[in-house]
Write a protein that binds this ligand. Structure first.
Ligand code: KE4
Length: 430
């Protein structure tokens, strides 16, 4: 069957009349891989069906949220039943505490937390809490890390900013950007030198993707996160783990569980909403105790704690808390990564397959990828060709070399065999 995208292309033309690039989030535009983005008609388990009827194994999974695959019966049931009782009240419901209990079982460092409607809101709120709690204004981020589309952190960020080659975003006030220090990821001497400097002692917080998904998947070097925890503590700066992507994926309890490091604040998103809009920030009770209405630091949201989103999150976390659920996905991710590395080696294609839990990236480079500079050695032209060849063979990878791919509990033997076969062929033509 030929791979037609005529209906997606027509839908894209129509969408361009409404939205910049015809999309509601830049990474969806396929700018880095060319061609019109596929317009999706439905998802079921690990599979997408696009408007042209093409069926593809999905490794984007809505950029991480769908740990249980598309339209999981228990999540759909929870949303459907809750919707019949009303979709939003702007008043507290018991579902919020029901989700919070589950979050704290997985992230015990979040002594107090608040739900918001996106990861961006969560990281923006966490930054404000850190600045309000410490009385300091400077913040630290790491090169290539992405924490959502917010002014203070759209400085040498990853994800779509990197994909589109935008050094930083216009519209961010210079005065604000000047309060953001960018350090190199995985560079221990640089972080020690900064936090022991005068500026370091005036820093409110360091925010980091402790395992990076937004440069593609990068793991921290031995001792890097430990050094960051030590130096921020000594400098009186809060350590914020942005686990919007890594939460429930690098391990059930995220990077903080895997490495045994307790951040002062944690940001969550994606998986926590089971595919509906939920973010969360939280951590130390003394810092969160400063958040309105208990304290003066203001943060609010009309749809925060939305009952539908809470119901989907509760159903999702009940699956996450099922013994063996996370471990099964991690095993199939490791299996796939090993097979993809083998296929690249057999094809004599220089590649690094980086994995952490249920996240992975195939970098087309012969160099180990552990920071922004090494990620940038990847052959993005080869990635573009392979991505297109995979689409034609029914495999949907994130449309950027600088994004992580994701697995779900519904990616079984059939999906992995299909993927490995398609990858092997794509490398020959790509
Ligand atoms: P959202 O506001 O997109 O829900 O979350 C922002 C965010 C915060 N922190 C991390 C570590 C993230 O990865 C994200 C969002 N991730 C991107 C994918 N790299 C979302 C996809 C998109 O921008 O459309």
């Amino acid at each position: 069957m030929t791979f037609s995208t005529a209906r997606s292309a027509a839908a894209h033309q129509e969408a361009k009349a409404f939205f910049p690039g015809g999309v509601n989030s830049p990474v969806r535009a396929f700018k880095a891989v060319g061609g019109a983005p596929l317009f999706i008609a439905k998802g079921e388990g690990a599979w997408l069906t696009d408007e042209d009827g093409n069926r593809l194994v999905d490794y984007v999974l809505s950029w991480g949220p769908l740990l249980a695959g598309h339209a999981h019966p228990s999540i759909v049931k929870a949303i459907t039943e809750t919707a019949a009782l009303g979709t939003s009240f702007g008043a507290p419901t018991t579902r919020e505490a029901q989700l919070a209990i589950r979050v704290q079982r997985v992230f015990p460092s979040m002594k107090k937390l608040r739900f918001v409607s996106s990861g961006t809101e969560a990281t923006a709120a966490a930054l404000r809490v850190a600045r309000g709690f410490t009385g300091r204004e400077r913040v630290v981020k790491f090169e290539g890390c992405y924490h959502g589309a917010q002014d203070a952190l759209l400085v040498r960020a990853g994800s779509g900013v990197e994909t589109l080659g935008l050094p930083d975003s216009p519209g961010v006030p210079k005065a604000l950007a000047a309060l953001t220090t960018v350090l190199p990821f995985n560079d221990i001497p640089a972080l020690r030198a900064f936090f022991r400097s005068e500026q370091g002692r005036e820093t409110a917080c360091a925010i980091i993707e402790p395992v990076v998904g937004n440069m593609g998947l990068l793991n921290p070097k031995q001792g890097f996160l430990e050094a960051l925890r030590e130096e921020t503590k000594a400098a009186g700066a809060l350590l914020i783990f942005d686990e919007v992507m890594t939460g429930f994926r690098v391990a059930r309890g995220g990077v903080q569980e895997k490495f045994g490091i307790e951040p002062d604040l944690t940001c969550l998103g994606k998986v926590i909403g089971g595919g509906l809009p939920v973010g969360a920030y939280g951590g130390r009770a003394d810092a969160m105790g400063q958040v309105a209405p208990d304290g003066p630091i203001y943060q609010a949201g009309t749809l925060s704690g939305n009952p539908l989103a809470m119901a989907a999150g509760i159903a999702m976390l009940d699956l996450v808390l099922t013994p063996g659920f996370i471990e099964g996905i991690e095993r199939s991710t490791a299996d796939l990564c090993a097979r993809l590395a083998e296929v690249c080696a057999k094809a004599k294609v220089p590649a690094q397959v980086n994995q952490a839990g249920s996240m992975f990236t195939v970098f087309f480079t012969g160099e180990q990828v552990f920071d922004y500079a090494s990620a940038k050695t990847s052959d993005t032209e080869r990635f573009k060709r392979v991505h297109r060849a995979l689409l034609e063979r029914g495999v949907y990878l994130p449309p950027s070399q600088f994004e992580s791919a994701f697995m779900s509990s519904t990616h079984g033997k059939a999906e992995l065999d299909h993927t490995v076969q398609a990858f092997s062929e794509a490398l020959r033509v790509g």
